[in-house]
Design a binder for this molecule. Structure first.
Ligand code: ADQ
Length: 727
């Protein structure tokens, strides 16, 4: 449950504006604040953001600042110089174009980046100064991607969510950013990272995997001992507000006023911020071609192009404005007649009443961004049409297209397709219009902006709960003391310990993970004790284990149980195993090595292993899946099994596993203390073979039959040292 919410976004829900030398504060129109109005008022909420004026003015205008504070808005001050490098620079000249797949518009500059770090730090200082331990912190958008980490450093236990309102681009695009790792690390300070679509969430996880090498699966990953989730939360709108608007007398009056001006012309409408991502010139070209192809629509249709001024200090926007002015003039000049102007071009923001009046009279909404995180205008149009009429044409590269599949979906770069869509829309029967809209309206009504916010915060708490459960399983403090005490007071103790990933961390090459002198001396201490039996249960081949541990007074299990060596005895194999199957399987593995640079085959006595730790991670995972699939056809006939370890796929005789090998010790004698430690799926067989009183510890996260968990091999070594020290 939310006790108090700290909403952090670049802009506050109030804008400070200068009129005739005086500053006024006004609620920002549209956006998050309006959408969330009813939801975020149901509990204490503080908003942190930039009020839109410079540091100097903020200092001068103390009463404006006091008013903002009385509205629960905490301003972050930004100097004029930083507004340039941060807002007009890195945010709108670097991140915005790159994340919207406009690499040629991108400007990189070290100065921009430094401003980004500075402003994110300024935000962190303000938030950390306000935050209390039970606050929920929800950070919004691309201006603040470093903030989650900066806050995590200051408030390690905080509940932090992050939502990105623009697309997260595919790896090939994202990798172009010089500060790509810092951005990912910044975001990973959050507990939950939300995106509009699954594609964006997938792109993000893909980049985390490839650039930071983190293992990601099922939309989650771990950084240190913290679980982090990334998921899709398609943002909705305040449905009731739009659907009831058309019925309100003021909207109706406005609609009549506009209709009188239009006569009986059909209306095509588009509404956007004036931005090169919105595909406005392409849309106008398509409209022009539509008029040329369909002269019967001349004087019968009007295109109302509503563009809100945006980022007017950035060159590409200045140029776009010039181009549009020219293009609109061209088309009106070419197709217009006295008394009929095909394009009505409004370059301004309209109040809610006028906007919804336009939505409710437009026969067609032509929403064709080249790239858009979501696009709320498309949703607002459908919601406003309580009469069920109207046709939405929407481009597939808007996030909203994934939810509004009943619209006419087009590729905004395909002029022909856009023209055909306009033709189809203008002759579509009312029955079909209503059928399409009904389905979309139902969806939009259910998944409103309130629901979006609830789902996001619920999921954030759920992630926090998972973290807590993981922390409870962690073998620390009191539980660790109990384990050590139980061991020291036992008469007969059995220690079943895996090697790779448990006693030592993974190395790029298997032979590099040789035990060092201090680990060997610790193992010798444990093995030498008369009341304790140490068994190293590994997937390694027996020759390596013999070389490293042959002289230890310990039991050894090689190749996941194919070979067993009890204390003071020689190696024996538990079954009559064959290895002639290798000739059949090896060529398949070799072809996987050829297709996966960095991978290699390891041959053990009774198994073949394909290693892909050194391969490009994404390719490695993909090839591993393919290999397992392919192997499944061959192994059934040959009485073999396929084991998936950590970055390895191993083929071996069926019926062999570490659990079965462990039984050799477990069933042979009475133990009053048993501890098993391991790190991957092959160790789960050991855990499952243990009596319920045994202690079991899995290294790393993930579901496990083990009772406890530790994060790193160094913690296992420290635990074993505590056992050895008291002996
Ligand atoms: P935007 O790029 O601004 O938002 P959009 O989602 O369409 O794009 O939101 C625009 C908002 O401004 C709408 O609520 C709309 O009603 C309003 N608006 C637009 N033109 C207007 C006008 N002339 N007068 C008045 N109001 C107008 C970013 C991302 C989007 C994402 C949103 C929300 O770029 O992809 O959908 O955030 O996450």
């Amino acid at each position: 449950m939310i006790r108090r919410l700290l909403l952090v976004s670049n802009r506050l829900p109030f804008t400070v504006q200068e009129r005739r030398g005086e500053l006024h504060i006004e609620p920002s129109v549209g956006g998050l604040a309006t959408g969330l109005s009813s939801w975020h008022k149901s509990f204490p909420c503080i908003w942190i953001g930039w009020p839109g004026i410079t540091q100097k003015k903020m200092k001068r205008e103390k009463d404006i600042m006091a008013r903002l504070l009385s509205e629960n808005c905490h301003p972050v001050s930004i100097s004029q110089q930083d507004v340039e490098a941060y807002y007009n620079g890195i945010c709108n000249r670097t991140i915005w174009p790159l994340f919207h797949y406009f690499p040629l518009h991108v400007e990189y500059g070290e100065g921009y980046w430094q401003a980004y770090e500075r402003i994110n730090t300024a935000f962190a200082n303000v938030v950390a100064g306000i935050a209390r331990p039970d606050d929920t912190i929800w950070i919004h958008d691309y201006h603040l991607m470093l903030l989650p980490r900066l806050l995590r450093e200051r408030l390690p236990k905080a509940t932090i969510g992050f939502f990105l309102h623009i697309p997260f681009p595919a790896f090939e695009m994202f990798r172009l950013l010089p500060w790509r790792k810092q951005v990912l690390e910044g975001l990973l300070g959050a507990d939950l990272i939300g995106f509009h679509t699954y594609d964006y969430a997938g792109h993000f996880l893909d980049s985390v995997h490839r650039l930071l090498g983190c293992d990601v699966g099922m939309g989650q990953l771990r950084v240190g001992d913290r679980l982090i989730k990334a998921d899709a939360f398609p943002m909705g709108i305040n449905y009731e507000q739009f659907s009831s608007a058309a019925e309100e007398p003021k909207t109706k009056a406005e609609k009549t006023r506009i209709r009188n001006k239009l006569g009986d012309c059909r209306v095509i409408l588009s509404v956007d911020r004036l931005d090169y991502t919105k595909g406005i010139p392409e849309r106008l070209e398509a409209f022009s071609l539509f008029l040329s192809r369909n002269p019967k629509f001349k004087q019968k249709v009007v295109f109302i192009l509503l563009a809100v001024p945006s980022r007017t200090r950035v060159d590409h926007y200045i140029q776009l404005k010039r181009d549009l002015d020219g293009l609109v003039g061209d088309i009106n000049g070419r197709h217009g007649t006295i008394g009929w102007m095909p394009i009505w071009y409004l370059y301004r923001s309209l109040p809610f009443r006028s906007l919804t009046a336009l939505y409710s009279l437009a026969d067609v909404a032509l929403i064709t961004p080249l790239r858009d995180g979501m696009n709320l205008v498309a949703k607002e149009y459908v919601a406003t049409r309580a009469d069920g009429k109207g046709v939405l044409i929407l481009s597939e590269t808007a996030g909203a297209a994934q939810e509004l599949g009943e619209a006419i979906i087009i590729n905004a770069n395909n002029t022909e397709e856009t023209v055909r869509a306009l033709e189809q829309a203008l002759v579509m029967s009312e029955k079909e219009q209503m059928e399409r809209n009904r389905v979309m309206q139902e969806r939009l009504r259910r998944y409103s902006v309130q629901r979006w916010a609830e789902e996001f915060t619920d999921r954030l708490f759920h992630t926090k709960n998972l973290q807590r459960q993981m922390a409870e399983k962690a073998l620390t403090g009191e539980t660790e003391r109990q384990l050590v005490k139980a061991f020291h007071s036992s008469d007969k103790a059995l220690l079943l310990v895996d090697y790779d990933g448990t006693l030592v961390s993974f190395s790029p090459k298997p032979e590099q993970a040789k035990p060092g002198a201090s680990l060997m001396s610790l193992l010798r201490e444990l093995a030498a004790h008369s009341r304790t039996e140490l068994v190293i249960i590994s997937g390694r081949d027996k020759d390596t284990l013999e070389r490293w541990f042959g002289r230890l007074n310990a039991g050894l299990v090689a190749e996941h149980g194919v070979w067993i060596k009890e204390r003071g005895r020689g190696w024996e194999t538990i079954e009559t195993l064959t290895s002639d199957w290798k000739e059949e399987i090896r060529p398949m593995l070799e072809s996987w090595v050829d297709r996966t640079p960095g991978s290699f085959i390891e041959e053990k006595g009774f198994s073949l292993v394909w290693h892909y730790r050194r391969a490009e991670p994404k390719l490695g995972e993909l090839r591993a899946r393919e290999l397992i699939n392919n192997l499944s056809h061959s192994v059934a006939n040959l009485n073999l099994q396929v084991l998936e370890g950590s970055k390895v796929v191993e083929v071996k005789n069926a019926g062999i596993n570490k659990g079965r090998a462990a039984l050799r010790w477990l069933s042979g004698q009475e133990w009053d203390f048993v501890l098993a430690v391991g790190d991957d799926t092959t160790d789960e067989d050991t855990f499952k073979a243990l009596p319920s009183t045994a202690w079991s510890v899995r290294i790393g996260g993930g579901a496990s039959a083990a009772r406890f968990s530790l994060d790193y091999p160094r913690e296992v070594v420290s635990l074993l040292a505590k056992l050895a020290r008291g002996i």
